[in-house]
Write a protein that binds this ligand. Sequence first.
Ligand SMILES: [Zn+2]
Length: 339
Amino acid sequence: MKKRKKLKKKYVRYLALIFIIGLIIGGFVIYRNYSNNDMSQDEKNKQVNKDDDITLRLKRLSYSTDDIRFVKNEVNNENIDYLIKKEIDSNLAMEIIRENYYIDDYLEKYLNYYEDNKELSKKEIVTRVNSHLDTEFYTNTEKTDDTLGKFVILNKHYYSDGNYEGKDLVDVDSKYHIWGYEFKLSKECYEAFLKMYEDAMNAGYAFKINSAYRSYDTQVKIYQGWVNQDGQALADTYSARAGYSEHQTGYAFDVRDYPFTTDDYSKTKSFTWVSENAYKYGFIIRFPLNKEYITGYQYEPWHYRYVGLEAAKYIHDNDITFEEYYEYFIRFNNPRNLG
Ligand SMILES: [Zn+2]
């Protein structure tokens, strides 16, 4: 009996201890929640005040309620402050912000570019700034992100160094090209090429590869050769400086009519088939007609670039360049639904 009483006493003491610990923890949790709520409420108030303030200031600059809602969704606070501080005209700002390929990071650039190019449409302002035409070719260049595989961009703005050697390069079978030496392409690009080639042959259109992957060092020699022959200014319109060539990606190749008929590939039978069907295999005409001012190169009906099915279809259907696609969808990974 005694033993049992002792046990009971011990048991009650344990219970009391657990109860007290429970009270302490419970109290602490309630206190924490309460103070958290208190803080977030304070933050919320600040946010509401800031929001009201922005609304008021934009209204004063004659932005409509609809505009303000749109701006708050699409433009970061720093840029909104910029619009307010510089008292940017609401019509001008809204036309730019509502453009299809508007990139918020470039708002200030758009407005600056507009100042010097008021005759251009807002669509054109956005296109040009997104393609870095607000600076001269080969000036203010940036190192490209060479980990992007089929989306690596090399042009007169983005460069790579001699260490970038494409991705998964494989040998192109000699029956697909016209020269004696070996050609390489990125595996993904080569496989898509094989499909396109086979379908073209079956449809009665024959062509062969004239140039494919070119290393940095090869491009040094090629470019220098053209400069020696034609001078740098002319060479720059058709040949890339080393580090800036699409061919260094392994995702680009040039084709030629087979059997060879003319240097003007756009006049050949195979071109009609390839140019109409390339996007179905993930290829784009990388330097299209009338887009020379964006790409920085003359029209090259023979130069195809692999970007995958989805991007190729989008670029084809919307008649844009890889420059525009890259900046909006790849570099800034823009979520705006373009419909
Ligand atoms: Zn080429």
